[in-house]
Ligand binder design. Structure first.
Ligand SMILES: Nc1ncnc2c1ncn2[C@@H]1O[C@H](COP(=O)(O)OP(=O)(O)OP(=O)(O)O)[C@@H](O)[C@H]1O
Ligand SMILES: [Mg+2]
Length: 381
């Protein structure tokens, strides 16, 4: 029997203070001349994690992976993998393999030759190597295509060849730089699940970079959100989404509406702020107590806002009035852009429950937006 503590942290080792991280990144800095690309990053990554690095272009994601792989050395700080300090350890001696942003396959080689290339530095009998190639191809379900050349494969199949080539050395950690970016949306979603299955089967830790937030949300155990070389927040996808630490994270991950204001009063459990722009008081659940007059931001996700034609009442309910400014029909849901009386635009997602409803909210309708204190987050920076 597992104890409650073990049960709750078994698949979330980062919550267990006794769990040992597999990768420790300690205050790592990387400078290029006067420019700081990675600025004091601290991360602990656990065995078997599917760890996502997200952030805008140029924020240092690839540079961080390259330092893990050993292709670049930190200017200061340390990287440990399974307790071993990686300083001065060359790439091929690290228990790590990297799949690059543009995973060039050799066009003149077959699928199996491309995969076998991953073993070129390994001293083994040809027969043993051939067996490992077969295993790696089976892992990504490409056995039947072993004799094809890259140009005879789909984008997703090519991506799996690159993955097999990276896995064949049996690394303990696989670093993937935008593994799915070359694929179209449909194929990407399908390949995401394949990648998850493969990772589950091989039990290797994956650290991957993605531009696609949905991909990070769908695939990862945890996400690190980076900005200008620094980690802004690390957490499980739901934590990052529901409890962003600051405006950058709230805005970068998913869509959010931000209202700037000053604290009017703050009690244990909730805070009321005066929002000068909307000219109203707003309320958000918050565990802290904040000084009157402190500048804060209330963040509310578009799916947490309810649209009605009549005002609604309730305790600790936020309510604003506006007009439907734009309406996008996305099949299963609609995106409304509501213009408030003050001119601010608020985004609202509404599920389309009925095919067409006589009560539906349409262009130019006057509407009320409401959301509870509980569905809002108070941000201090
Ligand atoms: N060898 C280098 N010399 C000088 N500057 C570099 C070098 N490598 C990277 N940089 C700079 O460091 C910053 C971080 O680059 P990096 O490639 O890590 O970004 P990234 O987060 O991977 O971006 P993208 O999402 O576009 O791939 C960028 O501003 C880049 O121009
Ligand atoms: Mg990059």
């Amino acid at each position: 029997m597992l104890s409650a503590q073990q049960q709750s942290t078994g698949d979330r080792p980062w919550l267990d203070p006794a769990a040992k991280p597999q990768i420790v990144i300690e205050n790592v800095v990387k400078t290029f001349g006067a420019f700081t690309a990675v600025d004091g990053v601290d991360l602990r990554i656990y065995k078997g994690e599917m760890f996502a690095l997200v952030g805008a272009s140029g924020c240092g994601k690839t540079t961080l992976l390259r330092m893990l792989a050993g292709f670049a050395a930190p200017s200061s700080g340390r990287i440990l993998i399974e307790d071993a300090d990686m300083s001065g350890v060359p790439p091929h001696e690290r228990p790590v393999n990297m799949m690059f942003q543009s995973y060039a396959l050799f066009p003149h080689m077959t699928v199996e030759q491309n995969v076998g290339y991953g073993l070129r530095r390994i001293r083994e009998d040809a027969a043993v190597k051939a067996k490992r190639v077969t295993e790696a191809l089976d892992m990504v379900e490409l056995g039947p295509l072993a004799r094809r050349k890259p140009h005879q494969l789909s984008g997703g199949q090519r991506q799996r060849v690159a993955l097999a080539r990276a896995l064949i050395r049996r690394p303990k950690v696989l670093l993937l730089d935008e593994p799915l970016s070359a694929l179209d949306k449909k194929l990407r979603e399908q390949t995401q699940f394949e990648l998850m299955n493969i990772q589950y089967r091989v039990g290797i830790t994956f650290v991957f970079v993605t531009h696609d937030q949905d991909e990070a949300m769908a695939l990862s155990t945890r996400i690190a959100v980076m900005n200008h070389g620094q980690v802004q927040q690390v957490g499980a996808p739901a934590d990052i989404y529901e409890f962003p630490r600051n405006r950058f994270v709230a805005d970068f991950v998913g869509t959010t509406n931000l209202f700037e204001g000053e604290v009017d009063h703050s009690e244990a459990g909730f805070t009321t702020l005066n929002c000068a722009q909307t000219g109203t008081a707003l309320v958000a659940d918050d565990p802290g107590r904040h000084a009157r007059g402190q500048r804060v931001w209330l963040a509310v996700r578009p799916e947490k806002i309810k649209l009605t034609k009549e005002p609604v009442s309730g305790t600790r309910m936020n309510q604003l009035r506006g007009m439907v400014w734009e309406l996008g029909y996305l099949g299963n849901r609609s995106t409304y852009r509501i213009k408030l009386d003050c001119g601010k635009i608020v985004t609202v997602f509404a599920q389309n429950e009925r095919r067409s409803s006589q009560w539906a909210i349409d262009w130019s309708d006057e509407v009320y937006l409401s959301w509870t204190a509980e569905s809002a987050v108070l941000l201090l920076e």
